[in-house]
Each structure stands twice: as C-alpha cells, then as structure tokens.
Design a protein around this ligand. Structure first.
Ligand code: FAD
Length: 461
C-alpha cells in the first residue's frame, strides 16, 4: 500500500509504475525505475521509441494545429533539423552520445535528427527498454482510484481498450506537439495562408512565395534559412532579437528581420510595428507549444495556467499526489537528456523509499516561495519552467538528493560556448566549433571507470 511522503524512512519497496511516452524522458525514466527495482510498463502511441526525434514527413490536416478533432502528428521536426547543442553535452551520463565509426551514422558535433533518434534507439536496446514498451498504445485516461489508492490507466491499441492498475504514474509525454498560435490583428480578413512550424517539413511548397515567420526561436532561425533558398522573400517578425539586428540579413538577399507584426489587411499586406509592410502569401507561426495532458484527471490538483504546470514541487511532483504522480521533462531552456536522467533517478529513489520527500505542506510552501520569487523578479508566469542559467543549481540539487556526483562543468561550458559561437558565426555556428578542449574534457569523463562517475547511492545492478 503506498505511504504518504514526509514520514520516517520506510523499508525499500518495489512499485508497479506506468511511464507515459517512450521519448528520451520516458526511456531514461524506465531505465532508472527498473534499476531501482520497480516493475515498469511504458505506454507509447507511436510504433518505435525516440519520441520527437522520430521524423515523419506527415503533417496534420489543420496546418495551424488548432482543430481538436485532427489526428495528431507527434513530431515537430523538419527535414533539415540538426541539433542546436553539441552532441556530447546532450548524452546521458553513462551512455555518451559520441560519434560512431559507421558510414550509416552522422559523426558531426551537431548531428542531424536521425542520429539523435538512433542514439535513443541504441540506448533503449542497450538497457532492454524496448521490451517494457507497449507500442501503438495511446493512454486515453489516467485517474486515481481513492478506494484502492492506485492509479487506473485506460489505453487504446487500435480499437481495443484496456484498463491497468499501477501504484504510480510518471508522465513523459513531451510538450512540443500542441501548437501555440499568436493573435494577429486583422487575420480573419487576410487572404493568405497560415500554418504553425509544427507542420513545416521542407521548403519545396514555398517556391517563389513571400513568407512571413512569427517568432525568433531556434526553429524560426532554421526554417527562415531553409526557406531563403527557394522562397521569393522571407520576413521574420520578432519581439526581440538575440543574435541578429533588424533589417536585411547580411548573408542573404531575400531575408529580412522586422519588429513584430502590427496588423494584416484584406489586400494581403502584413504591417510591422516599425511602419514597414510586405504583401505576403503565407504566415508561419514559430511561436512555441503548450503543455497538454488531455488524458490526465487530477480533480484540479494539477492545472496548466498560462504555460505553468502546477503546483509542482521542483517541476516534478504535485504535492497533493506525490509521489504517486510525477512529470519528467517539464523544464525548458535546458540541456534536456541529462536533466531527464536526474529527475527520473530522484523519482525512482523516492518511490522505493530510498529518498524521502518533505511533507505535502512543506512541498506546497516551497512551490509558493518559488512562485513568489518569480513574481519578485518580474518573471512572467509562462516562463515558470524556463531554467537556462538556473539549470546547474537545479541539476545539482537533484544530484544531491540522489547521491550522484555534481553535474559536469563541461556540459554547461558547451551550452555557453554554443551561445557565444552563434554570436560569432550566426550562419555557421554548428560547423565552426572553436572549443575543442571541451570535447576532450567530456571524453576524459566518458572513459573514467563507472565507480568514479556514479556514487554508491546511484548504481544498481
Ligand atoms: P518526446 O520526445 O516528445 O516524447 C514523448 C513521447 O510520448 C512520444 O513518443 C509520444 O508519442 C508519446 N506520447 C504522447 N502522448 C501519449 C499518450 N497519450 N499515450 C502514449 N504515448 C504518448 N533538445 C536537445 O537537447 N537538443 C536539441 O537540439 C533539440 N532540438 C529540438 C528541436 C525541436 C524542433 C524541438 C521541438 C525540440 C528540440 N529539443 C532539443 C527538445 C526536445 O524536446 C528534447 O530533447 C526531448 O527529445 C524531449 O523528450 P521527451 O521524452 O520529453 O518528449
């Protein structure tokens, strides 16, 4: 029978745990849970592991991704996508993402998306995770059954529905599938087309078109460069600029960066806030995604409000349902895979009673204090889960809880070196990496014996 957190240490126990999703988060969560001695079932609606990194040329019937009846396509990858971080920084702590001596693989430091998928599939095979996954099985309803103090999961495989009972559920369903679309004044009468970057795959359909992209994220940057090769004109409308300056982009004769769109008109014009305008054929919203867990019933204990999933203790446990419900992968502006690993080690240790959580009240107080600190620093609610500079402290806190060594310095140095590299070589930062010593440092760590990498508290047979 599950125990409440905040009590005196309990005997080590094994739980029956459901993991929803077999992307990077679900895979490493399954591994950590199993290492800790739990029994695990992974539900995956796709037909292979890898999540977002499983590229598909398919797009959704509603290019804006707003129609709730559409069949969802999970991945948001475009054909040309390469990682935006060096591969070595992305890998799990004890399964490095190093180049393979294999002509079928992509050895680049910032490899294409297929290489990441293959890394994740290798990882799943290496640790026997495939055998825990129920493929083509979509979780349609998750609820806590009070009388049994267990979770009931209803899943659907083709037309067959199945109910299963678990002690705990870990949600790893990703958050780059449900488009967030910006409001453009006058859009209802504007005659052009609109789509979200979620449904962009390659530039061919945009031949000789005038395209306006909204947003200045990594996707907007990549897609604008992709399009500039075939479109007549490409215009990016950005709230702020990080690396570039407004105006015509130096390396192109058909790519401009503008301030945000003011409004659009019936004659096809798109007006920017600086008074300039263009007549455009299509607007692509590169405006991000929403957290979306349509299957989860929590009686209001977890809600999504303005992109804040909460209340969550340390972005993971809803205090009222801890530790029986948890989330891996909520924070963004992070190096994702190693953070997923630490989050899932913590969850696994808490579920087995090896690690003790504070009481529900203490966790709630911590969440409230965190929200107050965000307010005091003027951080908008929608950035509750943006970690960026705070990720080292966060990861080291998790590592401390788990008894693992501190987060490796070279990972964050690679993160910052990438930002610096983009400033110096905007168009070619992926191929002009100047800090080879960081790669060497990472390799030194990779070849250390396992006992040096992971402390006793962390290694399980
Ligand atoms: P996902 O990979 O999205 O996996 C979630 C899984 O859950 C999927 O397999 C899905 O099918 C399954 N699922 C969802 N709902 C259900 C359900 N109801 N029932 C059953 N299964 C379900 N990160 C980096 O570190 N480096 C990068 O270069 C990088 N580039 C990116 C580029 C783009 C365009 C985007 C959108 C993100 C990028 N990221 C990058 C971040 C990326 O999201 C993470 O690296 C990571 O892959 C997310 O893993 P995840 O497991 O949380 O989610």
């Amino acid at each position: 029978m599950p125990q409440s957190p905040g009590h005196a240490p309990q005997p080590i126990v094994s739980r029956h745990v459901a993991v929803i999703g077999a992307g990077a988060a679900g895979l490493v969560t399954a591994r950590e849970l199993r290492r800790e001695g739990h029994s695990v079932v992974v539900f995956e609606r796709g037909d292979q592991v890898g999540g977002l990194w499983v590229y598909t040329p398919n797009v959704e019937s509603d290019p804006l991704g707003l129609d709730p009846t559409r069949t969802t396509v999970h991945s948001s990858l475009y054909h040309s996508l390469r990682t935006n971080l060096p591969r070595d920084s992305m890998g799990f702590s004890d399964y490095p993402f190093v180049a393979k001596d294999d002509p079928d693989r992509d050895p680049r430091l910032f490899p294409g998306h297929r290489e990441v998928m293959m890394y994740l599939q290798d990882f799943a095979r290496e640790f026997g995770i495939d055998e825990l996954v129920r493929f083509e099985t979509e979780v349609v309803h998750v609820r806590f059954v009070e009388e049994e103090e267990k979770w009931q999961i209803k899943s659907k495989q083709r037309h067959k529905e199945t109910d299963d009972i678990f002690d705990a559920v870990v949600v790893c369903n990703g958050h780059y599938t449900q488009p967030l679309v910006s409001h453009v004044p006058g859009i209802n009468k504007w005659p052009g087309k609109q789509m979200h970057s979620h449904n962009y795959r390659d530039p061919k359909p945009f031949q000789d078109q005038v395209v306006v992209l909204i947003g200045n994220s990594a996707s907007a940057f990549d897609i604008s460069r992709d399009l500039a090769g075939v479109a007549k004109e490409v215009h990016i409308a950005a709230r702020t600029v990080q690396y570039e300056t407004f105006g015509k982009q130096p390396a192109y004769d058909n790519l401009w960066l503008h301030p945000m769109i003011k409004n659009v008109c019936e004659d096809g014009s798109v007006h920017f806030q600086d008074g300039s305008f263009v007549i455009a054929n299509i607007i692509i919203h590169c405006t991000g995604y929403k957290y979306h867990c349509p299957f989860l019933e929590t009686n209001g204990f977890v809600i999504v409000d303005d992109n804040r999933v909460g209340p969550l203790y340390k972005h993971i446990f809803p205090p009222a349902l801890a530790p029986w419900l948890s989330f891996v992968g909520i924070p963004f502006q992070v190096i994702t895979f190693p953070m997923f690993e630490l989050q899932s080690k913590w969850i696994a240790g808490v579920l087995s009673n090896r690690i003790t959580l504070p009481s529900q009240e203490e966790m709630m107080e911590d969440v409230k204090a965190f929200y107050s600190s965000l307010e005091a620093s003027g951080t908008p609610k929608r950035n509750t889960h943006a970690l960026d500079d705070k990720q080292v402290k966060y990861n080291n806190w998790l590592a401390g809880q788990c008894g693992c060594p501190a987060y490796e310095d070279w990972r964050m140095e690679m993160y910052y070196a990438t930002i610096k590299g983009r400033l110096a070589h905007l168009e070619s930062y992926r191929d002009e990496w100047e800090t080879q010593h960081l790669v060497l440092q990472a390799y030194k760590d990779f070849i250390k014996p396992a006992s040096n990498q992971v402390s006793d508290g962390c290694v399980f047979p």
